[in-house]
Design a protein around this ligand. Structure first.
Ligand code: MN3
Length: 335
């Protein structure tokens, strides 16, 4: 009996330690603390019913799949490859977690850091102008969605909006970056108190924004490796080249030259596309241009050797060289 109990315990322990289970975060203050701008009932239903439902549905959607071992950021980054259930509910969980974090009652808010203040002034001239930009992005949004203040891959601030539970981390979004402030523009966020007066809700929400928290998010976002992942993701030509390089180079390492022999022309074409692509702003430097030219030259030589039926050892030496050049390019794309 004891043995069975112990092994059952052990199995559930193992399952628990591998499976990713999301859970509801706590609010920083009581439901009523956000009044009169957001009423207690709205806060409670929003957190315990709406947010909880995103979490339940997300856990259900990933349960028993390889997505259980993915981080939330990984789920968001490649949202375009996920089911609607994962995309909507991972977004719903991330977006609401950020929303609760940046809200605080008027007398409990910290002040804005000098860094964020200066970045805001540089981008928007004044806090008032940011508020009206973000308010306009939210107000003109058709249907349900979010308005955002994000840090872009080139480390600038930008106002954007997304539909449903999408957010700017996702590859399905046009303007990408890490959100540091998000405003929920779903009716469930304001309807009990404001009914159809979305504009009044949007004016009031500013009274609840904790700028100290947004300042912390700003510094965190600037240093977050996720920003580089988003930048790479917005450079499709390097992803495309990387794919064909790894699918030909790794077999070649094991003396299987067939994939390379079949795809050397494609590799050359993708190296040319890469050289001619728009390099993300924060990677632009002369060494990178030079390395990309060298890559085209390497791939061109490789393609010619393949077409001349060169010996395996010659092809292998040459693809190692092209692979080294690509490594130089990747190295130059680190901040
Ligand atoms: Mn909501």
């Amino acid at each position: 009996m004891k043995i069975i109990a112990l092994s059952t315990f052990f199995i559930s322990f193992i399952t628990l330690s591998i499976a990713q289970q999301y859970s509801l975060p706590s609010l920083r203050f009581e439901y009523s603390a956000y009044e009169p701008h957001i009423d207690a009932q709205t806060m409670e239903i929003h957190l315990t019913k709406h947010h909880q439902a995103y979490i339940n549905n997300l856990n259900k959607a990933i349960s028993g799949t390889k997505l259980e071992s993915f981080s939330l950021n990984q789920l968001l980054l490649n949202a375009g490859m996920r089911s609607d259930a994962v995309r909507n509910n991972a977004g719903g969980h991330y977006n609401h977690s950020l929303f609760w974090q940046i809200l605080a009652p008027e007398n409990k808010q910290g002040s804005m850091s000098a860094e964020l203040k200066s970045a805001l002034e540089q981008e928007f001239k004044s806090l008032d102008s940011l508020k009206s930009k973000l308010g306009a992005a939210a107000a003109k949004h058709f249907g349900s969605g979010w308005a955002w203040l994000i840090v872009t891959p080139d480390k600038k601030l930008k106002v954007t909006s997304t539909s449903n539970q999408d957010n700017p981390i996702m590859d399905v979004t046009k303007e990408r970056g890490i959100p540091i402030l998000g405003v929920d523009v779903w009716e469930h966020a304001y309807y009990l108190k404001y009914q159809n007066k979305r504009g009044d809700y949007l004016n009031s929400i500013w009274k609840l924004i904790d700028w100290q928290m947004v300042s912390t998010n700003y510094i965190t976002a600037l240093n977050d490796p996720l920003l580089k992942e988003i930048a790479d993701d917005t450079w499709p030509e390097i992803k495309e080249f990387h794919k064909v390089m790894s699918q030909t180079f790794h077999p070649a390492e094991k003396d299987d030259l067939l994939p390379l022999q079949a795809r050397s022309g494609e590799m050359l074409a993708k190296a040319i596309l890469l050289k001619e692509s728009v390099i993300p702003v924060n990677y632009q430097k002369p060494e990178l241009k030079a390395a990309m030219l060298k890559l085209v030259k390497d791939c061109d030589e490789l393609d010619k050797l393949v077409k001349k039926n060169a010996k395996k050892i010659v092809l292998k030496t040459k693809i190692i060289q092209a692979h080294d050049t690509f490594h130089v390019i990747q190295g130059l794309c680190k901040d």
